[in-house]
Design a protein. Structure first.
Length: 427
């Protein structure tokens, strides 16, 4: 089968890497791809906003499955367009992608179906929103309703901070995404990510992971797209995974189907593990980045079978096999990220870094120029390793990081610290 992957990040490199290992693959295409993906896929330029162009490409190249990496083309209805022309696509319809595209939509769905999440209210005007914030008090969470590239959320510790966040949303800081605002109570606990494949009806749990959103060691500094991750997340015991399926994922899948907008794709639940159990922070309608990188390294089953069964509604009966090892990924970013950063610095030592069997270096913001790999983005590399424990995976990943010669880059040095503390405690 020929497969087209859409996207250019570490997530898409990891997906391409896993797909390329499948005996079912004939030819792999990726648009636009990156400097690492070019080694395993034919990277092509396609305007994914032009659905007819994507359909034409898929037809001309006999594409049997399109795998959409990021959320924006999904919210934009790319899966609907492909579906309507009979091209199999991994990813939800535009209507189902509202689970990520509108925080208010998801909160209303949770409220209607008793899915555990923080108490909330939705606003389209500043005055009542400010009054609600004053009434609830701090800490409180202010969210732009729409897609804001992960930047639309403020966890406010003080009242002035909360009021300012509301004003900023309505003043247009997040453009249209902030025209509506969700204000919700602050949940206390440890965060974890839970991934399930969903084919419209059947939900198949995949795995758990933990991300590190802040730019600096010890979770200091501004939020980023994610500076590292590991899987599984030890906080997610089998009992908590079961509760997440029963109380959150399955009711959501049922509600979406009943509403006539069945969900198809990977459903990524951001969870807060509170004293009362797992509560939903948010849904994403795609794999996490960098969580996908650790999931793909751990997955022992043929990923093409799983993606195709999800796309075609045949997940019932599919079983996923996972390696026993833990996986951990360290993001190397350009100095300055998540603020402004330089582009064009040269990266050396990548082959040495990826030499051990248990290490893979997935690229994000890179470009191949002749024989050289050059940094062209904020998050640039995902140095990913398997190990018997999170601690061993961490040691292998940082060993590989240290083999990379890139003066323009930096990384956190503490990825996995929570899990490793647990491992030490458990002896
Ligand atoms: P989101 O973009 O919705 O994932 O939110 C970004 C981050 O804000 C989350 O990963 C949490 O750390 C935090 N957050 C969002 N909503 C809440 C909440 N209701 N209570 C506590 N923290 C939250
Ligand atoms: N790593 C967080 C995300 O993909 O949303």
């Amino acid at each position: 089968m020929n497969i087209l992957v859409i996207g250019s990040g570490g997530r898409e490199h990891a997906l391409c890497w896993a797909i390329a290992r499948s005996p079912r693959l004939s030819k792999l295409y990726c648009t636009p791809g990156n400097g690492g993906i070019t080694a395993i896929a034919d990277c092509i330029a396609l305007d994914v906003g032009d659905h007819d162009a994507v359909i034409r490409f898929a037809r001309e190249n006999d594409i049997g499955l399109v795998v959409v990496g990021p959320e924006a083309p999904l919210v934009d209805g790319l899966a609907d367009s492909l579906d309507s022309t009979g091209i199999a696509v991994f990813g939800p319809s535009g209507a189902a992608a509202q689970l990520e595209g509108s925080k208010g939509f998801t909160k209303d769905l949770c409220a209607a179906h008793n899915i555990p999440t923080a108490a909330y209210a939705r606003f389209t005007e500043a005055t009542p929103a400010l009054a609600y914030v004053r009434e609830r008090g701090v800490p409180i969470v202010i969210k732009a309703d729409g897609l804001a590239a992960g930047k639309g959320v403020t966890v406010a510790e003080t009242l002035p901070q909360a009021l300012e966040a509301v004003e900023a949303c309505f003043a247009g800081t997040f453009g249209d995404a902030g025209a509506e605002v969700v204000v919700e109570d602050c949940m206390i606990g440890e965060e974890a990510s839970f991934f399930a494949l969903v084919d419209g009806e059947t939900a198949l749990p995949m795995a758990t992971a933990q991300d590190h959103k802040r730019v600096g060691d010890g979770d200091q500094g501004p939020n980023t797209g994610g500076m590292g991750a590991y899987s599984p997340a030890p906080v997610m015991t089998p009992a908590l995974c079961q509760r997440t399926m029963d109380e959150i994922i399955v009711p959501t899948v049922r509600a979406m189907a009943e509403a006539g907008t069945p969900y198809k794709g990977v459903l990524y639940a951001g969870l807060m593990i509170t004293d009362e159990g797992p509560q939903l922070i948010e849904y994403n309608v795609r794999f996490g980045d960098p969580e996908c990188q650790v999931l793909m390294l751990r997955l022992a089953s043929d990923v093409v079978d799983a993606l195709e069964a999800t796309a075609k509604g045949t997940l019932a009966g599919v079983e996923l096999v996972w390696r026993d090892e833990a996986a951990l990924t360290v993001v190397m970013a350009a100095r300055g990220y998540p603020g402004s950063y330089d582009k064009g610095s040269r990266i050396c030592g990548l082959e040495d870094a990826a030499e051990p069997d248990n290490v893979e270096v997935f690229h994000a913001g890179t470009e191949r120029r002749g024989d050289e790999i050059v940094a062209i983005g904020g998050r640039v590399l995902n140095v990913t390793a398997l190990g018997e424990t999170v601690g061993k995976a961490q040691a292998a990943a940082y060993g590989a990081v240290d083999a990379i010669d890139w003066s323009g880059g930096f990384c956190r040095r503490d990825i996995g610290y929570r899990a490793i503390a647990r491992e030490m405690q458990d002896g």
